[in-house]
Design a protein around this ligand. Sequence first.
Ligand SMILES: NC(=O)c1ccc[n+]([C@@H]2O[C@H](COP(=O)([O-])OP(=O)(O)OC[C@H]3O[C@@H](n4cnc5c(N)ncnc54)[C@H](O)[C@@H]3O)[C@@H](O)[C@H]2O)c1
Length: 410
Amino acid sequence: MKKEVVVIGLGYVGLPSVINHVKNGHKVIGFDIDEEKVDMLNKGISHLDTVLDETVRMIKERGAEFTCDAQRIKDKDVYIIDVPTPIDKYKTPDLSYIKSAVDLIKNKVKTGSLIVLESTTYPGTTEEYLVAEFSKLGYHIGTDLFIAYSPERIDPGNTQSLSAKIPRIVAGHTDKCLSKVEEFFGSHVSTVPNLKTAELAKIYENTFRLVNIALADELQKISDNLDIEVGEVLEAAATKPFGFMKFTPNLGIGGHCIPVDPYYLTWLMESRGIETPLIQTAGKINDSMLDYYLEKIITYANKKSDKNLDEMNVAILGVTYKKNVADTRMSSVITLIKELEEMNVTVVAYDDIILSNTNSPVESITSLEGDYCQLKKFDMVIYAVDHELYEKNKENIIDNSQLFYDLTLV
Ligand SMILES: NC(=O)c1ccc[n+]([C@@H]2O[C@H](COP(=O)([O-])OP(=O)(O)OC[C@H]3O[C@@H](n4cnc5c(N)ncnc54)[C@H](O)[C@@H]3O)[C@@H](O)[C@H]2O)c1
């Protein structure tokens, strides 16, 4: 049945959510506090590399609205919360965005509204920040207001993972809340018994990745010490058709999920007096990789050139936190660039994916625009992100490099 839906937060999760719900025939309003994003969307321009302008125009034609005006979101059937859940510098969860989203809709919901939290967070958040708050206002959750948790599993930049096709975990505060959210999301739904199970399942998925990447990082160090190619070890192990999943070593995991979400769990457990040494160690290994690779780069430069690294001018190819996205959030390549600059290395950063996908200019990142001859002027090229565009031209890149260091070849 067609519903009036509000999506709060129009970022990497919220905007695709608007698109999916419009495609499912609902009347959707996207709300964000960021006026610039809302202005762009209202002009039919996407602020995300993962969403095309024409898709924004298409959903607008099909009735989607974008607004910063809180009055526009009153008395709707469904409220979906897609706001950030970052950590601070002490790796402590920052739930202020969830709190402000809840404050925003407190006096906007109507009797019968369904509220779905999609942000990734620690087990207990939906009860503490939504169920408790709306109960205080006099709502009977499960009777006159319905609260659910359904984590988003989108994988930006991965064209195989169109979010609509990924099974969706759903949980409700009561059975009635669950049936409301199941009915809303329809197919591809995987029901779990309660809110905390759904919250923990999402964090566990990303913690699983952190721990396994850290193991691959450690394998990199072991292989280097034994003078074995880590990539060849991984490929050999991956021929086993069961019980093994290939994860690859990494300069340092970036983005908004894997370097963040596990700390929601470690923080929660610490507050309950429980140790989580495996997750903590995995985080430390991940944090150590940038210095480890920097050492490798220095050794390589010393071995292959008569110049020291600090006398070189270096091109970095690819700056984003992973391939084929224009997103630089928590990108380790940016930290690498800063560290190289602190060592007095002259660095020029290239990322053609960022520049071809972003509607506003990005300072200090430049573009090769297919002219790989430009690389000849550098003493060394560090190939940091294997965007498809660069992979297609890799031979050309190598041919034009005086020294070529491949950070992606592991
Ligand atoms: N990015 C991903 O790949 C991904 C995947 C799965 C889950 N998640 C989770 O989804 C959540 C959102 O992540 P994201 O990547 O979309 O973040 P984002 O930073 O891209 O977008 C969040 C948006 O929320 C807006 N916002 C902040 N406070 C607001 C408020 N009070 N009212 C309205 N809008 C507000 C911001 O302006 C921003 O546009 C996080 O919990 C994240 O961990 C992200």
